[in-house]
Ligand binder design. Structure first.
Ligand SMILES: NC(=O)c1ccc[n+]([C@@H]2O[C@H](COP(=O)([O-])OP(=O)(O)OC[C@H]3O[C@@H](n4cnc5c(N)ncnc54)[C@H](O)[C@@H]3O)[C@@H](O)[C@H]2O)c1
Length: 426
C-alpha cells in the first residue's frame, strides 16, 4: 500500500475548506492531522469532518508550528499578506509546503521563501491551479506538438464576472489593495502565470492601464441604500442586489452538508436564515456603491517578451460569465479557446484544417484545477519526485513580478522593464 501523506492546514477559510474536502474524499492518499484557524465555526467544521483531536485544532499558525513537525506537508491558505511567516517557519521545520497564490505581494518575501525552501531542501509549490486543468493542459499539449508553429502573439481575457467582482473585490477580502494585494496580482497572477507557461520565455517590457470605474459612491443610483436589506429604491434594477446574488446558491453544499463557495464566505452554516443574517449584518450585504473598496474593476496589460512574442491581456469585472478566453496566433495556425463553451479550436493555415477539442469537464473548482494541484502535490511529496513541479515557487514568481510591474505601470503611466523592476524590488 502507498504511504498516506499526513497534512496540516493553516487557514481554514474558503480555500482551506476546499483542500480539507479533497483530503476527505481521497483518504487513501492523505490524512488531515491538524488545523490552525482563529474563527471557531470554520475550525469546528473541518475538525468534525476529519475527527481531529482538540490538541491539534488550534487558533493560529504560531500554535501549530510551535508543536514542531506533526505532519509531512503544510497547506498554507491564509490571506495574501499572511503567507510569509507561516511558510518560512513551516519550511524551517521540515514541512513540504503547498502555498496559496499569490506567494506574497512583496517580491523580497517571495525570494526569501524560495531561498528558505532551498536552504532546508523542501518543496514549495504554489496553487496556480489553472495549470492543472484538463482544459489548459490540452492547450499546452497542442502548442507542444507544434500544431500552430511558433507563437507570435496572444490575446487573453479574464472574465471576472459581475457578481464575483462584487463578492470578492468590492465587498470581500480583496477589495483593498493595502490589506490584500493589487487586483492584477490577487486575481490575475493565475492568468499571467498561464501566459508564462504558454510563452516559455522571459518577459521584457510591461505596460498597463485600468481603474476603478464603476464601484464607487459617485455612481450610486438615486435612492440607493447603504445595505441591500434596507429599503432601497434602486433595488429592482440592480444587478448587485446581495439577496438576489446569494439566494441563488442556497443549494450549493459541500460533502459535510454545509455551504460551499460563495456562501461559505458568509457563514459556516447551511440555512437560508444564516445567509439572510450575514447579508443583513455582514460585509457581503453592503451596497456595491457604498463600500470601502479601492481595487480596479478593469485593467489591461501589454507584454513584450525577449523572443518578440507580444501579449494583450484584459481583466474585466463586467462579464456575465466567470470564464477565460484566449486566441493564440502562431506562424502556422491559430488556436482559439473558451472555458465557458469548453471548446478549443485549432485552424491550420496551409490546409485550412479545423480541429475542435472538448476537454473533460470537472465540476470541482477552477475546472478541476483545485483537485489537480493537491493531487499532484501529494504525488510529488509521496514519490519524492526530484524534478521541479510545474508550479514550483521558483517558476511561479515570474507572474508575480509581471503583475506588480503592471501595477506600477498602471499607477505611474510608464512602460516598465522586467529586469529593472526585478532589480529595484529584489
Ligand atoms: N488558488 C486559487 O485559485 C485561489 C482562489 C481564491 C483565493 N486564493 C488565495 O487563497 C488564500 C486564502 O483565501 P480564502 O478565500 O480561503 O480566504 P479566507 O479569508 O476565507 O481564509 C483565510 C483564513 O485564514 C484564517 N487566519 C487568519 N489568521 C490566521 C492565523 N494566524 N493562523 C491561521 N489562520 C488564520 C482566517 O480566519 C481565514 O479563515 C488567499 O491568499 C487567496 O488570495 C487562491
Amino acid at each position: 500500500m502507498q504511504k498516506k501523506i499526513k497534512a496540516i492546514i493553516i487557514g481554514c477559510g474558503d480555500r482551506g475548506l476546499i483542500y480539507a474536502n479533497y483530503i476527505k474524499e481521497h483518504d487513501n492518499d492523505a490524512e488531515l492531522v491538524g488545523i490552525a484557524e482563529p474563527i471557531e465555526s470554520r475550525r469546528k467544521r473541518i475538525q468534525k469532518l476529519h475527527n481531529i483531536a482538540d490538541s491539534v485544532c488550534v487558533n493560529s499558525y504560531e500554535d501549530i508550528l510551535a508543536m514542531g513537525k506533526v505532519a509531512d506537508v503544510a497547506i498554507i491558505s491564509t490571506q495574501d499578506k499572511m503567507h510569509f511567516a507561516p511558510t518560512m517557519k513551516a519550511l524551517e521545520l521540515g514541512y513540504d509546503v503547498l502555498l496559496e497564490k499569490p506567494i506574497s505581494p512583496d517580491i523580497k518575501e517571495c525570494i526569501a521563501m524560495i531561498q528558505q525552501a532551498k536552504k532546508y531542501d523542501r518543496k514549495l509549490v504554489i496553487c496556480h491551479v489553472l495549470r492543472y486543468t484538463p482544459f489548459y493542459t490540452q492547450v499546452k499539449n497542442i502548442l507542444n506538438q507544434g500544431d500552430i508553429g511558433e507563437i507570435v502573439s496572444i490575446q487573453h481575457n479574464e472574465n471576472v464576472g459581475y457578481w464575483h467582482q462584487a463578492h470578492s473585490f468590492v465587498r470581500g477580502h480583496w477589495r483593498d489593495s493595502q490589506e490584500s494585494s493589487p487586483m492584477i496580482l490577487a486575481k490575475s497572477c493565475h492568468d499571467l502565470d498561464l501566459i508564462q507557461w504558454l510563452v516559455e520565455d522571459q518577459c521584457k517590457n510591461i505596460s498597463s492601464f485600468g481603474s476603478l470605474k464603476v464601484f464607487n459612491s459617485k455612481n450610486a443610483p438615486e435612492g440607493a441604500a447603504k445595505r441591500c436589506t434596507d429599503f432601497c429604491s434602486a433595488r429592482e434594477n440592480c444587478a448587485y442586489d446581495a439577496t438576489q446574488i446569494y439566494y441563488r446558491y442556497l443549494k450549493t453544499l459541500t460533502i459535510d452538508g454545509n455551504f460551499a463557495w460563495p456562501l461559505n464566505s458568509l457563514t459556516s452554516g447551511n440555512t437560508r436564515e444564516e445567509v439572510t443574517k450575514a447579508i443583513e449584518e455582514g460585509p457581503y450585504g453592503r451596497c456595491v456603491y457604498h463600500c470601502d473598496n479601492n481595487v480596479v474593476d478593469h485593467q489591461v496589460v501589454n507584454l513584450e517578451y525577449n523572443n518578440g512574442i507580444t501579449v494583450a491581456f484584459s481583466m474585466c469585472a463586467f462579464t456575465n460569465f466567470i470564464s477565460r478566453n484566449t486566441q493564440i496566433m502562431g506562424t502556422l495556425g491559430e488556436l482559439q479557446c473558451d472555458t465557458q463553451t469548453n471548446k478549443i479550436v485549432v485552424r491550420k493555415f496551409r490546409t485550412n484544417d479545423l480541429t475542435e477539442y472538448n476537454p473533460t469537464v470537472y465540476e470541482t473548482g477552477h475546472g478541476g484545477g483545485d483537485d489537480g494541484v493537491l493531487r499532484d502535490f501529494i504525488i510529488y511529496v509521496r514519490d519524492n519526485i526530484k524534478s521541479t513541479s510545474i508550479t514550483d515557487a521558483e517558476i511561479s514568481v515570474a507572474s508575480h513580478v509581471i503583475a506588480l510591474a503592471a501595477e506600477e505601470s498602471r499607477v505611474t503611466e510608464q512602460v516598465i522593464t522586467y529586469d529593472d523592476f526585478y532589480n529595484r524590488n529584489s
